[in-house]
Design a protein. Structure first.
Length: 241
């Protein structure tokens, strides 16, 4: 499956290749991760694997499909992991501490899930406005480009019977859509949007652990979604039989 959000992203791919093809004596491409457990999910699998780590260097034993299809296969690449499990939009400025403009870099951002869990799912409007301002301020302050911003996925796969929030499903889903609309607007304004929500609706329970956290399989699928946006020729998810 090709993500709809990957359409028209040739410019991002071209820029990445241009960064990677700089002379060998230049610094490696740095992949920065910011945000929450969508990118900081290593504690939820026995291998300590994160999507950012897989993007930089695939584990060929666990995921042979991606052998030779990581960023290190293009050129020298390193990971600067800043995302923190449990983070909300209020935690993003602290994750920027010490980050300086870097010529050969790209940033991945996932945020909003914990904000929904901690109140935005039941919000009447003011919290959503504050979320939009804080995320916008972070993206303006972020000195790394390009930046790829992921939407918030739904571990219930749209099934109201699996609602675990203690908030009426109609209200929670409306605010989930609003959070993703904010992420979509700001992501498109400052960089690119990776629609994890739409992509994860094609998945199954094996992509999650502890209800909401990415499993080992989920970490790889998050990697796949970002990689398909960075490099549209990256492997797509196999079609179900």
């Amino acid at each position: 499956m090709r993500l709809a959000a990957a359409a028209g992203l040739g410019a991002a791919s071209a820029r990445l290749h241009a960064l990677q093809k700089m002379p060998d004596d230049q610094e490696a491409l740095t992949v920065f991760t910011f945000g929450d457990s969508v990118l900081d999910c290593g504690r939820y699998n026995e291998h300590g694997i994160t999507p950012g780590g897989l993007l930089v260097r695939n584990d060929d034993g666990l995921f042979p499909e991606f052998k030779g299809r990581d960023l290190s296969s293009i050129g020298p690449t390193r990971l600067a992991h800043r995302a923190v499990d449990g983070a909300t939009v209020d935690d993003l400025p602290a994750q920027l501490s010490g980050v300086a403009p870097t010529a050969r870099a790209l940033a991945l951002v996932t945020i909003g899930g914990n904000d929904l869990l901690r109140g935005l799912a039941a919000d009447s409007g003011e919290g959503l406005l504050a979320f939009e301002k804080k995320l916008g301020d972070f993206l303006v302050a972020l000195p790394i480009r390009p930046v790829l911003v992921g939407t918030v996925y739904d571990p219930t796969f749209g099934d109201d019977g699996r609602n675990f929030l203690g908030v009426p499903a109609t209200l929670a889903r409306a605010n989930h859509r609003k959070v993703n609309a904010i992420i979509g607007r700001l992501g498109a304004r400052h960089g690119r949007v990776v629609d994890l929500h739409a992509y994860f609706l094609t998945g199954d329970d094996a992509w999650f652990t502890r209800t909401i956290e990415p499993s080992l399989k989920g970490a790889s699928e998050i990697r796949r979604a970002f990689l398909q946006t960075i490099l549209p020729a990256a492997p797509s998810r196999p079609t179900r039989s």
